[in-house]
Design a protein around this ligand. Sequence first.
Ligand SMILES: Cc1ncc(COP(=O)(O)O)c(C=O)c1O
Length: 355
Amino acid sequence: MKYTREILSDVEGYVPGEQPKSPDVIKLNTNENPYPPSPKVIEAVQALPPSALRKYPDPLAVELRRACAARYGYDGEDWVIAGNGMDELLALAVRTFVDPGDAVLTTYPTYTLYETLVRLHGGRVVSVELDGAFQLAEAFYSTPARLCFLPRPNAPSGVCVPRAAVERLCAEFGGIVVIDEAYVDFAEVDGEAPPHCMDFPRRFENAIVMRTFSKSFSLAGARLGVAVARPEVIAEFLKTKDSYNLNAFTQAAGLAAFDDYAYMEANAATIRATRARLTNALRDMGFDVPASQSNFVLARWNGVPSARQIFRALKERAIFVRYFDAPRLDTALRISIGTDEEIDALLEALRAILG
Ligand SMILES: Cc1ncc(COP(=O)(O)O)c(C=O)c1O
């Protein structure tokens, strides 16, 4: 197209997982939460007056950011920015810290949106492959770049790099470190609560920790994410966002979700239990499944039928999982953790497909 920026000619837009219209599909392809959000969230949204539609929302989402700061142990909203999904905050991070031509460091594999955002901005992606256990390779710490994206737990493997590795990265890497904790509420080490990095912004001037309400809070449709960083970092971020980036309904939903934190924690525990059951069942069937700390598993399969064929056969049975036609992933299925009934149906279908 002759009118568009030259850069767009070789950027493919991000391709999200399919959102089928039919309610009869078992949808295990986009890592949504299979359970509804807290009833308090529904109440809070329903209680909004009609003027919430007529008037602009709080452009700075102060109440929500304050609640978030308090929950994560920071003293005030200056440490937090809220965005229209974490995806918006990832885009703002590129806009805030990367000049066209600059390098941005990612792992491989990783969340593919990072690359799209960087290339749309005119930046260069430098990718360092994770090792065989999906851990950071030595070169990752020392590669020069303005910013790096580290999903922790990793998508799509579900594997979580240790806190000590992120500590070392913040200390040694020369740019901003975006620690994407989209799935960390589902993480657990030795039965302990999520080993997150939310204290890092206090300790490291280059650390930004991001969270989403899409997964553990069951609010993917509301679009809400938050980033925590030093106030001077947040101040720069705020310059780059749209003025009313967060609608009134989402602000109310987010506040109520934080208010009922125990609901989210119980929900995450249920998902962890289903994840353990699914992982064991898949391993018994011959899949190689790295230990996941997320609300999905990567089920690797080198046999016949191929992973791609299994993906298609599941789809014919109205069970949607995710297949990536990419190195290291094209022999695997990424399966979101559904309800126990959904996972039983998936396992039954897999047994039928594999004979
Ligand atoms: C690693 C990772 N980060 C961020 C996001 C985006 O979250 P949100 O729905 O808040 O935009 C996702 C969504 O799937 C993800 O997998």
